[in-house]
Design a protein around this ligand. Structure first.
Ligand code: K1U
Ligand code: ZN
Length: 172
């Protein structure tokens, strides 16, 4: 397994619309294993392939995490599609490994249903609420080149982007 580099905003790569996975093979399963290692190390509760520079429609999540009282709940979703959203919304202060050290309230549907392929290439359905519903919507947004910043006002978004750019310049 390997730790992968996480791309951060405003890198234009994060605006990429990822393409569907054509075949779930050992190469995809190795990428998923590396993404789980990278997500747990960050630490994070989700990671989309584009965040590690791979423009394929796949994501990993674990909203429980390792080392907690509950057993970890790793989920890998390949070619995920939202098939249903609830009428009621929820507001959550989101973070993103590609927007380090910045958090903001985002409003999203409170419950969703998602179809996807599992690591054997078999079709599956996920019905999610709570943090899992928020996380899966955030990660599917990444596959369409959307960051949580894009759900904010232009004023808030540009303020954060300017700070990120400054942080990058200071580090280089
Ligand atoms: O997509 C990402 O960059 C991962 C992101 C997922 C996410 C967080 C919050 C709301 C929606 C989606 C993160 O994991 S940021 C880090 C984080 O939230 C966290 C890290 C450790 C423990 C608990 C949470
Ligand atoms: Zn993110």
């Amino acid at each position: 397994m390997a730790l992968l580099p996480i791309y951060t905003a405003p890198d234009p790569l994060l605006k990429t619309i990822s393409t569907p996975v054509e075949k779930v093979d050992d190469e995809i399963r190795k990428l998923v294993a590396d993404m789980f290692e990278t997500m747990y190390a960050a630490p994070g509760i989700g990671l989309a392939a584009i965040q590690v520079g791979v423009p394929k429609r796949l994501l990993v999540m674990d909203v429980v995490g390792k080392g907690k009282e509950e057993p970890p709940q790793p989920l890998a979703l390949i070619n995920p599609e939202i098939t249903w959203v609830s009428d009621d919304d929820v507001t959550y202060e989101e973070g993103c490994l590609s927007v380090p050290e910045h958090y903001a309230d985002v409003v999203r549907p409170a419950e969703v249903e998602v179809s996807y392929l599992d690591l054997d290439g078999q079709p599956q359905q996920l019905r999610a609420d709570g943090l899992l519903a928020i996380c899966v919507q955030h990660e599917i947004d990444h596959l369409d080149g959307i960051l949580f910043l894009d759900h904010l006002s232009a004023l808030k978004r540009n303020m954060i982007l300017r700070k990120l750019l400054k942080q990058k310049k200071m580090a280089s």
